[in-house]
Design a protein around this ligand. Structure first.
Ligand code: F6P
Length: 324
């Protein structure tokens, strides 16, 4: 391997820049050329490439977003799109790829690898933490801190007005952000897609806590949760069935995707970026580099996407106990 291309794809995540930086610097360390590919697979199909040397990634470890930009590509899902991508890679003499993204990115990478036997390694970059084969994804820790900081602020006003707040957080179909940020922010209830609570049980539980002396409440709702899917309807239902509280809704939205990465995410991204180049040098391909029990590991792409990501049941128990 002489030249490695790097791209970011799918939803951006804090720490993606730190990961790109680690890939670029690791290439420089091993005397390999590195090429940045803009806008993910879209830029791959348009040959939107730029050579990157060690100095070209200075002052970005602390920056949110991704300077290579990102996209969710429909065209790369087609055989013609992938053929074009392969042709561009060959013409630019790029002989391996590092793709940073989530499950959609890896699904595309896996098909591409199968079709062209092209060396390709992935890094998990998503705030959702919904990838199998890694304990943490790049951006997740920063998103948790953003959510906790926001809920701390909401708590102040909730408490002043004796109100109940529903706070919607991201995570697509995974409840990791809701569960961990909910525990960290001291939420009263946490609604996640992996565990269906049901509206009646929710209202019953809120009624009990009101009777036990609580004057305000925070409920963290994952965007993928069944009863939380329409959070404004849920707010109305609670107000109609539990007159004790005035209810307000806050949808945190894309602030969870931005901001300077936490130290944990910067270190994780740096370790995984170095791990990706190591893996390619060692002849690995069709794998994602992840972290399991604090060790850098590789797992086949197909095993990152095919099985449903599981939630930690111990966390659910902890959340139930400490919100009494
Ligand atoms: O996968 C990251 C994520 O932020 C999810 O949590 C969310 O469901 C989705 O992306 C939002 O996508 P978009 O930025 O395209 O609206």
């Amino acid at each position: 391997i002489k030249k490695i291309g790097v791209l970011t794809s799918g939803g951006d995540a804090p720490g993606m820049n730190a990961a790109i930086r680690a890939v670029v610097r690791s290439c420089a360390f091993h005397k390999l050329d590195c090429v940045g590919i803009f806008r993910g697979y879209e830029g791959l199909m348009e040959a939107d490439f730029k050579p990157l040397d060690a100095r070209s990634v200075k002052n970005i470890i602390n920056r949110g977003g991704t300077f290579l930009k990102s996209a969710r590509s429909q065209k790369f899902r087609t055989a013609d799109g992938r053929k074009l991508a392969y042709k561009n890679l060959k013409e630019a003499n790029i002989d391996a790829l590092v793709v940073i993204g989530g499950d959609g990115t890896f699904a595309g990478a896996s098909v591409f690898n199968e079709e062209f036997d092209f060396p390709i390694v992935g890094l998990p970059g998503t705030i959702d933490n919904d990838i199998n084969g890694t304990d943490y994804t790049i951006g997740y820790d920063t998103a948790l801190n953003t959510v906790v900081e926001a809920i701390d602020k909401i708590r102040d006003t909730a408490n002043s007005h004796n109100r109940l707040f529903l706070v919607e957080v991201m995570g697509r179909d995974a409840g990791d952000i809701a569960l961990n940020a909910g525990i960290g922010a001291g939420a009263e209830e946490i609604l996640i897609p992996e565990q269906d609570m049901g509206k009646d049980r929710l209202v019953e539980s809120l009624r009990k806590s009101k009777l036990s002396g609580k004057t305000s409440s925070i409920i963290v709702v994952s965007e993928g949760d069944q009863i939380g899917k329409n959070i404004f309807e849920l707010a109305e239902y609670i107000e109609n069935n539990l007159t004790a509280y005035e209810v307000r809704v806050t949808v945190l939205g894309h602030i969870q995707r931005g901001g300077s990465p936490s130290c944990y995410d910067r270190v994780l991204a740096s370790r995984l970026g170095v791990g990706a180049v190591d893996a390619l040098i060692n002849g690995e391909s069709d794998v994602m580099i992840g972290i399991v029990h604090n060790k850098i590991t590789s797992v086949l792409f197909k095993n990152t996407v095919k099985t449903k990501h599981k939630i930690d049941l111990e966390l659910i128990r902890v959340a139930d106990i400490i919100s009494i």
